[in-house]
Design a protein around this ligand. Sequence first.
Ligand SMILES: Cc1cc2nc3c(=O)[nH]c(=O)nc-3n(C[C@H](O)[C@H](O)[C@H](O)COP(=O)(O)OP(=O)(O)OC[C@H]3O[C@@H](n4cnc5c(N)ncnc54)[C@H](O)[C@@H]3O)c2cc1C
Ligand code: SF4
Length: 338
Amino acid sequence: MAVIRDVMPAFQLFQPTSVTDAQKLLEEHGSEAWVMAGGLDSFDWLKDRIKRPKALVDLSGIQELRGIRSTPDGVEIGAMTTLTEVVRHPLIKEKYGLLSQAAELVASPQIRNQGTLGGNVSQDARCWYYRAGWPCYRAGGNICYADTPVGRNREHAILGAERCVAVNPSDTAPALIALDAKFVLQTPKGQQVADAENYFIGPDLDITRMNMLRPGYLLTAIRLPSTWAGAQFYFEKVRDRNVWDFPLMNVASAMKVSGDSIRDIRIAVNAVAARPLRLRAVEDSVRGQQRTAATAEAAGKLAVQGAVPLQFNAFKIPLMRNLVKRSITGVEEASWAS
Ligand SMILES: Cc1cc2nc3c(=O)[nH]c(=O)nc-3n(C[C@H](O)[C@H](O)[C@H](O)COP(=O)(O)OP(=O)(O)OC[C@H]3O[C@@H](n4cnc5c(N)ncnc54)[C@H](O)[C@@H]3O)c2cc1C
Ligand code: SF4
């Protein structure tokens, strides 16, 4: 078990003021560099001395990475925009309320004041063993400490696990997938724009990363297309404590309805797998159907097909079934685990 020393390791600190300069630094230092946004995840790793980069590239002085702008096709949010700014911005509230709802449920006001949208979607897994410095698969070793009969795995995956059973902990990620957001990256080969759902990766692609970011990469902005602006939204987060806590699970849906029928829909859940999952089969099954309790019930059952619980997280199966169901009816119920 790692000892929490609360003392930073030595590194060179760089504070560029432009994306171009930041990119040059990242390319120069390659895998020895660490990108720092709000620092909430970064400082945990550094103060525990589990990650020891030689160069730290602090993005806080880059104005072009901040702010929320209207574009001909929707809205662009700079990666360094704080979660509080996202929550409060009138355009986001009015047209993309799903994202402001999700961002408002992240952690505490202090964390939202400092944490950025780019950092929130790029944060690492919160598995106890990994965060404590145990040499597990995700840390480059050859064992998973959580996936054992006595491992602490209550918060872990029920779907798509492969060796690592940790989940993605972001609250904003499923909302961005439901809104069909595009992630803008600067890479050593130029700009790349990725669909939100493809930004996140699972252990099948690379067990040591949760997203597309590699050495030399920078997430610069997130674009929300107008396609889903003003749709009917549903976001729900279930956590152990309603003050500041990571999600045990969350669900986000964006729906277009005509009368009683579901014309189009996008649904995503997080904290059930290593990456936030877009539920395409569920979307296909309800598209064109009446928005009734029976449709929602069937969708909930379909969502959990193939789910495999670990020793201590069987509760996540009925939880997911009910969250998906409610994301379609749009009605919260008193009990979620029946
Ligand atoms: C006590 C606590 C409770 C929390 N609770 C929740 C919660 O309930 N829900 C939730 O969703 N989150 C929660 N978080 C996460 C938090 O909200 C932050 O979003 C998260 O820690 C990272 O944001 P940051 O801006 O501080 O980024 P940092 O910590 O600086 O960066 C996070 C990671 O992303 C990389 N990165 C960041 N920005 C970029 C970029 N632009 N380009 C390339 N790489 C980048 C960094 O290298 C780092 O690996 C919690 C955090 C803490 C400490
Ligand atoms: S769940 Fe993943 S992060 Fe946690 S111990 Fe297992 S391999 Fe490591």
